[in-house]
Structures are given as structure tokens and as C-alpha cells.
Design a protein around this ligand. Structure first.
Ligand code: NOJ
Ligand code: NOJ
Length: 578
């Protein structure tokens, strides 16, 4: 009784504060604190870097319950992406020394043999190291294949800036070898299973696939700029395969399933983080790359946010069009399963990124898939394109800005006056939990604040990409579009390293027997290769698997495989390569 009354009062208060002035004030005070706290966790001289070597980012100075006194490749790259973006955009040019130290530290870290392997046998997938740059050898969820993608992306952003300064020799001699190591690893291993960014599920993971795709596209551009063209064809081919595979995470219930394994709902901040970390304003609201303002990403965002409304007491009493505290995924039980600062901020950032693009393109498009999202803010809105001169555009964008600010207000409400941010805040009362001073929490505040201010990070080439693979978004929200069956093809096939399995067949969804555009299967459960495709219901479908290795292509032996699809629902087909 008392608690529910308190929640209603809190909810009402939070609604009343939905004024950007609250956020303006928070940003003014929190920005410098977050920047200082972020730098404090970087060795050798950061005040909380606990003796870390030069350029090494500690995930958190907390060394007990939980012990985060390690350096993760992912966290470090996310942190340096902010530092490099802010440097190259002229927002903060005081950090050149830190960036140089980071580069030097990664030259060492890449070469450290570890339980995932040596530099040439898979060691680049190792998730974390001791802060003295030695290997961490205890049991852990390894490998985590997002690390090399995120690191190379941060380094490429830095390389591109240095090239504008004419510093080609440092880029070629120091940065390029590091980038090439990471991207060769990505190109060769992306279709092997990986632990997700939360270090729990061993399968394929949307965040990892999305960031791997981005990294190879940027890598190709840099390779061309540096005349290092020998890698271009293989990286381009694998980027195409990644973009195709990325589509397979779409779930016809209207959201992105975060992992191919794990047995959860699949609603996960993984997907929101992927969207903001692959934001490219030049690509507009492109759905193929799940841009923040794409209908797929907005529908996904709504599903993700709503999944926390009834499970966190601090969200109780809040209307669906009011911001809520969000965490990693609704089934999370780590440290009790609470909201995280970095995931709540990610929601605000996706919305701010969207506003940047709508304002830039001077229009906003509502599709049947994104309609439920937009109806939160104007129940009378219908499918269509709204020019920035229209009243609907003004209504929607201003309400979405208020909604976005609401997520920052929640973070503000649960930030102590010192500005310190831990990893989690309590689902019951908002108090800080888990690792104190999480470096990634500080990075997440800075990127959200920058996006709110309209800062546009450099383009990475998401614009104008095409793929022979695409997803069906018709209808949305429904659980399978009418007349189709979701068919999962599993084939047991032993392959040699670098070889991949594809499928094509007699219907549009299987590329009408065209081997060049055949769909690549995931090897996350090797030697079982899998793909899920929507096929027409009640139809005889013929198909075959194909092996591709470099330029060689091998069809399965005759005859064609055949299935008769049922009238709806889903269907699993288990095969063995012939
Ligand atoms: C530690 C990991 O860092 C965290 O992400 C995970 O949830 C827990 N282990 C439990 O698996
Ligand atoms: C646990 C998180 O799940 C993981 O993503 C992160 O890399 C580590 N903590 C270190 O911050």
C-alpha cells in the first residue's frame, strides 16, 4: 500500500519533470564529471586506474563483488570510441596522450597469448586481460568476437582523422597493422559461435554481427585510402555475408531476437546498443542496417522498453508513453536483475539519433510496423510520410524528444550529487548496485548527451548498401505474416576452415535457385548449419545446400530436397549434407 502510493507519487513527479530544463541542468553538471570519471579509470595516471598499465582502461575500480578490475576489449573500445569521436569532432581535443597510450597498449595486448589462442589462432577473441597486460587464465565466457570489431572501428575512426591531418606514416605503420589483425580475425571467424556481449550466451549475437559488419565496411574504405587493396575483396565478400546474416535476427513478432541461442525472449538491450553503435546519419532510416530511426529499430525499441514496465517496481504506474528504467534483458538475474545506466541511456540515444535524421531529412515516415511506436505520441497518426512543415511532424518530434529526455531524467534522478555512476541501479528504489564507477556508464552518458546536442559521428558507409537477403516486415506485431511459414533449415555439414554453407531453392525466399545470391547459414552450432526463412504456406518447395570456398562452389548431389510447407506456424527441417 505504502509502496504503491509512493510509486504513484514518484511517477507523477517524474511526469511533471518532463521538461528539457531538467535534462539541460543535468547535462551541464554531469558532462564534466562523467568525462573526469571516465579518464580516472585509464592507466597509468587515472586516479582510480588502480595501477593499470599505460592506455589500459579498467572496466571499474571495483575489485570485489564484483571484481571488475580487468580490462575488457569491448569496454575499452567503447570508451575510446567516445574519446576519439569527441577529439575528431573538435568537442574535446585534450586527450591525444590517452589515445596514443591506448594504441600502444593494444599493440601489446593483441600479441598476448591467452586461453582463446595466440594472435594467429584465435587469441583476438579473448574478452578480458589483467590490467598489467598479462593473460587472464581462469574460466570465462570465451571467445567474445565483438571485441576486435569494436576496437578496429575505434582505431579506424582515429586513422581517418589522422589522415585529414596528413599523418599517413603513423596510420600506415602503427594503426594499419592493428586494424588488419582485427579485421582479418573478423573476416575469418564471424560465422563461428561467440559469447554475447553480456558474456552468457554462446551462439550468434545481433550486436556482434552488426558491429562486425560495420567494422569490415570501414576497413575496406581505409584499405582503399591507404592502397592496401589485397584485403578488399575478402573483406567486402564477408561484409556482404554479414549484412545478409544480420537480417536473420528479425522476428516477425516485431523485434530483433538478440541471440540465436540462450532460450530467452530475445528482447535485449543488445539490439538497441547495436543500433546506436552502428548509427550513420548518411544512411537515413535504412532498415537493412537497422538504423536508429528505421521502422524495424523503432518497433524493436518499443518492445524492448515495454518488457521492463511490469518487472521493475520503480516503473510501476508509468504510462506506456512515459520513459521507464530498462536493463539488459527482462530475464536477467545477475546481481538481482536490475536496470542499468548504460542501457537506459541507450534508449535515449537511439531516439536522439532518430531526431537528428528526421530533422536532417525534413520528414518522418510512419510504416505499419512503426505505427504502434508513433501512436504512443499521437493516437490519431496513420501510416504515411510527414514533412517537417506538417503539424504531425511537429507533434511527433516534440513528444519523442520529451520521451527521450525522460530516460535521461531517470538516470539523473538516480545519480548522486557526486556524479558517480555504477553499473546498475536498484529496480526497487534506484540506489546504486554492482560495480562502482563503471567506465562504460560514463561513456554512455557522454554519447547520449552528444546525440541530444545533435552531434553526428562520422559516416561508416551504411548508406546505399543492398543485399540479396531481406526481411519481411509486412504487418508487424502479429506473430507471422499471413500465408507464410517460418522454416528453420538445419544441415549437418563438416567444412574446412573458411568454407561456408548456403541454401537456395525454388521460391523467391530461397533466391529462385540462384547460387550467386544463395543465403548463407549460421555455423553457431557447428557442425549444424542453420537458417530460418519465411516460406509460402501450403507449398511444395525444392531446395539444395551449396558449399562455397573462395571462388569454388559445390552443389549437393541430386535429387533436389523437397518439403511441403504446412498452412502456418513454424517448421524445423533437419538435413545432412549429401
Ligand atoms: C559476469 C559477467 O560479466 C556478467 O555479464 C554476467 O551476467 C555474469 N558473469 C553471470 O554470468
Ligand atoms: C559485464 C557486462 O555484461 C559486460 O558487457 C562487460 O564487458 C563487463 N561487465 C565489464 O564491464
Amino acid at each position: 500500500m505504502l509502496l504503491s502510493t509512493l510509486c504513484v507519487i514518484l511517477a507523477a513527479a517524474r511526469q511533471a519533470w518532463t521538461q528539457s530544463s531538467t535534462v539541460d541542468a543535468y547535462i551541464a553538471s554531469q558532462s564534466p564529471l562523467a568525462k573526469a570519471d571516465l579518464l580516472a579509470n585509464i592507466g597509468p595516471s587515472g586516479s582510480k586506474s588502480m595501477g593499470a598499465k599505460s592506455g589500459i582502461v579498467v572496466a571499474s575500480p571495483s575489485n570485489v563483488n564484483p571484481d571488475y578490475l580487468y580490462t575488457w576489449t569491448r569496454d575499452s573500445a567503447v570508451v575510446f570510441q567516445v574519446i576519439v569521436d569527441q577529439f575528431s569532432l573538435g568537442i574535446d581535443t585534450s586527450t591525444r596522450g590517452e589515445i596514443d597510450n591506448y594504441v600502444a597498449s593494444q599493440v601489446i595486448i593483441q600479441q598476448v597469448s591467452n586461453p582463446s589462442g595466440t594472435i594467429t589462432t584465435g587469441g583476438l577473441g579473448e574478452p578480458k586481460f589483467n590490467i598489467d597486460e598479462t593473460a587472464f587464465t581462469a574460466a570465462w565466457g570465451r571467445p567474445q568476437r565483438d571485441g576486435p570489431a569494436l576496437r578496429s572501428t575505434a582505431l579506424i575512426t582515429w586513422a581517418n582523422f589522422l589522415l585529414t591531418e596528413g599523418n599517413t606514416s603513423y596510420v600506415t605503420n602503427t594503426l594499419w597493422p592493428l586494424i588488419q589483425n582485427d579485421l582479418n580475425y573478423v573476416a575469418q571467424n564471424w560465422n563461428q559461435s561467440t559469447f554475447d556481449l553480456w558474456e552468457e550466451v554462446d551462439s550468434s549475437s545481433f550486436f556482434t554481427t552488426a558491429l562486425q559488419h560495420r567494422s569490415l565496411r570501414q576497413g575496406v574504405q581505409l584499405a582503399n585510402a591507404l592502397d592496401q587493396t589485397s584485403v578488399v575483396s575478402s573483406w567486402t565478400t564477408q561484409a556482404g555475408n554479414l549484412l545478409c546474416f544480420l537480417q536473420s535476427y528479425w522476428n516477425t513478432a516485431g523485434y530483433i531476437t538478440a541471440n540465436t541461442g540462450g532460450g530467452r525472449s530475445g528482447k535485449d538491450a543488445n539490439t538497441v546498443l547495436a543500433s546506436i553503435h552502428t548509427f550513420d546519419a548518411a544512411a537515413g532510416c535504412d532498415a537493412l542496417t537497422f538504423q536508429p530511426c528505421s521502422d524495424v529499430a523503432l518497433s524493436n525499441l518499443l518492445t524492448y522498453v515495454n518488457s521492463f514496465r511490469s518487472i521493475y517496481p520503480i516503473n510501476s504506474g508509468l504510462a506506456n508513453n512515459v520513459a521507464a528504467a530498462t536493463g539488459r534483458y527482462p530475464e536477467d538475474s545477475y546481481m538481482g536483475g536490475n536496470p542499468w545506466y548504460l542501457t537506459t541511456l541507450a534508449v535515449s540515444e537511439q531516439l536522439y539519433d532518430s531526431l537528428i535524421v528526421w530533422n536532417q531529412q525534413k520528414s518522418l515516415n510512419v510504416t505499419s510496423l512503426s505505427l504502434p511506436f508513433f501512436q504512443l505520441f499521437d493516437s490519431s497518426v496513420t501510416v504515411g510520410t510527414y514533412a517537417s512543415t506538417s503539424a504531425t511532424f511537429t507533434t511527433l518530434t516534440s513528444a519523442i524528444k520529451t520521451f527521450a529526455d525522460g530516460f535521461v531524467e531517470i538516470v539523473a534522478e538516480f545519480t548522486p550529487s557526486s556524479g558517480s555512476l555504477s553499473e546498475q541501479y536498484s529496480k526497487s528504489d534506484g540506489s546504486q548496485l554492482s560495480a562502482a564507477d563503471l567506465t562504460w556508464s560514463y561513456a554512455a552518458t557522454l554519447t547520449s548527451f552528444d546525440a541530444r546536442a545533435g552531434v553526428v559521428p562520422a559516416s561508416w558507409g551504411a548508406s546505399g548498401l543492398t543485399s540479396s537477403c531481406s526481411i519481411s516486415t509486412g504487418g508487424g506485431g502479429g506473430g507471422g505474416s499471413s500465408g507464410t511459414v517460418s522454416v528453420t533449415f538445419n544441415v549437418d555439414a563438416t567444412t574446412v576452415f573458411g568454407e561456408n554453407i548456403y541454401i537456395c531453392g525454388s521460391v523467391d525466399a530461397l533466391q529462385n535457385w540462384d547460387p550467386d545470391t544463395a543465403l548463407i547459414l549460421s555455423a553457431a552450432n557447428y557442425p549444424i548449419w542453420s537458417i530460418t526463412v519465411d516460406l509460402p504456406a501450403n507449398t511444395e518447395v525444392q531446395y539444395k545446400y551449396i558449399r562455397k570456398f573462395g571462388s569454388s562452389l559445390t552443389w549437393e548431389s541430386d535429387p533436389n530436397d523437397v518439403i511441403n510447407t504446412p498452412s502456418g506456424g513454424s517448421f524445423i527441417e533437419n538435413d545432412t549434407w549429401r
